[in-house]
Write a protein that binds this ligand. Structure first.
Ligand SMILES: [Zn+2]
Ligand SMILES: [Zn+2]
Length: 424
């Protein structure tokens, strides 16, 4: 009995010391879910993720990582140095929630309320960034136990304000880069993921090149000449010019953009002009968005929008100017890096579960990191078992729901990508 116990002790000590990465990943699931529920119940809006950041930083410090806080207001970065010298890889999670009032009936439902842009609203992790935080915390914990197997350095980037900083504020990936998050040590490659409510658990979706669109907001100011509505010949009609400009802009997409290469979208979402029925006003304003997935198409479309806007207005005797404000760049998966790392995703999920996807015309500010260093961004299945892909509640809605059992594959994929990138 006594010797059997001693043997058990010996075996268990040995197993612990030799615990494999696979075992550590499996064992972390309970914590992973606990963390996700904590963040789900305590969501914070963009640039206000103070308590979220504190919990992340405490965790990283407890793992013995070098931790830096307050980057881009609430961002947290943890540095894990492997025992052997090598490259630097960054893993990124976004940490902000949205002004959405949760309608799910969960024991860890968010009851948080706030005022956002003068409107009373709930706060909810309605994009699933709570899962991203938990996945990256778990990945950090797993990898920190295997420093002896790591050739190089891992930078864990917890990024605020992915959904966009409040009006008048800077934030997100752009500000983190400005504050040097990709330097010292200089990052060689970056990986990021997004949980997806419409993708089955166990599945990873990816695409080489543009996977998500660049998001530009544009404003066109049209200047005419005011006159009586009954005597249009006495002025220049900015409303007519606006109509011609809208028409012209759509021909850039339908006649000039090579849509067999990638999709592109121009949308005019808002028109403002005039005061009453019998006045031709002085000015008009058009506000809209452009979405592109290819850098060359992006510059062609923006150049042609400017030319069309100015020349069409001129042709009708008026003037028009266009200005662009970039919200995200193209989330562009470096083709060589994607080819090189595809086997790692397949090892993590099983070859048949790593599926090629079409690009989406939504945007993601992970794109700014990819403008500086090669990176890969992919989607992780999180569809609840009761949903059909088309029936799943979309991200950013009060009924948005994630199946937590999908998260562990995120840890596996991040771990596999990191070790394979650094060690091969
Ligand atoms: Zn979102
Ligand atoms: Zn998101």
């Amino acid at each position: 009995m006594k010797s059997a116990f001693a043997l058990f002790l010996l075996v268990s000590t040995f197993t612990f010391a030799q615990s494999t990465i696979e075992q550590d990943i499996t064992n972390i699931e309970e914590k992973l879910i606990k963390w996700r529920r904590h963040f789900h119940q305590n969501p914070e809006l963009s640039n206000q993720e103070f308590k979220t950041a504190e919990k992340i930083a405490d965790h990283l410090k407890s793992l013995g990582l070098e931790v830096e806080t307050g980057i881009a207001i609430t961002g947290v970065v943890g540095l894990l140095k492997g025992d052997l010298p090598g490259k630097v890889v960054a893993l990124r999670a976004d940490i902000d929630a949205l002004p959405v009032t949760e309608r799910n009936d969960l024991p860890f439902k968010s009851e948080v309320k706030t005022t956002f842009l003068n409107t009373e609203t709930g706060v909810m992790h309605a994009c699933g960034h709570d899962t991203h935080i938990a996945i990256l915390m778990a990945t950090a914990e797993v990898l920190s136990k295997h420093k002896d197997k790591i050739k190089g350095t891992i930078k864990f980037i917890f990024q605020p304000a992915e959904e966009g900083p409040p009006p008048g504020e800077e934030g997100g990936a752009k500000l983190m880069i400005k504050e040097g998050v990709l330097d010292n040590p200089k990052v060689d490659a970056i990986f990021g993921l997004h949980i997806n409510a419409g993708t089955p658990v166990g599945v990873i979706k990816y695409k080489k090149g543009g996977i998500m669109a660049s998001v530009e907001r544009f404003v066109i100011d049209v200047k005419g000449k005011q006159t009586h509505g009954s005597q249009p010949w006495g002025g220049v009609d900015p409303i007519l010019i606006s109509a011609k400009i809208i028409d012209g802009l759509q021909t850039i997409i339908s006649r000039e953009a090579k849509l067999t290469d990638e999709a592109a979208v121009i949308t005019v979402g808002k028109i403002t002009a005039g005061t009453r029925f019998n006045i031709i006003p002085e000015t008009a304003q058009l506000i809209g968005t452009v979405r592109t997935l290819d850098p060359d198409m992006r510059s062609m479309i923006e150049r042609r929008m400017k030319e069309m806007t100015e020349t069409i207005a001129k042709a009708y005797g008026g003037e028009a100017t266009i200005s662009f404000r970039n919200q995200t760049s193209i989330t562009f998966n470096d083709p060589d890096l994607t080819d090189k790392m595809l086997p790692s995703l397949q090892k993590a999920a099983g070859t048949e579960n790593v599926q090629l996807m079409k690009a989406t015309t939504g945007g993601e500010d992970f794109s700014y990191f990819q403008e500086v260093v090669p990176g890969i961004y992919f989607f992780l299945g999180g569809m609840t078992s009761t949903d059909e892909p088309k029936g799943a509640f979309p991200h950013h809605t009060p009924d948005f729901m994630i199946d937590e059992s999908g998260m562990l594959l995120g840890v596996k994929a991040f771990t596999q990508l990191t070790l394979d990138y650094l060690n091969n």
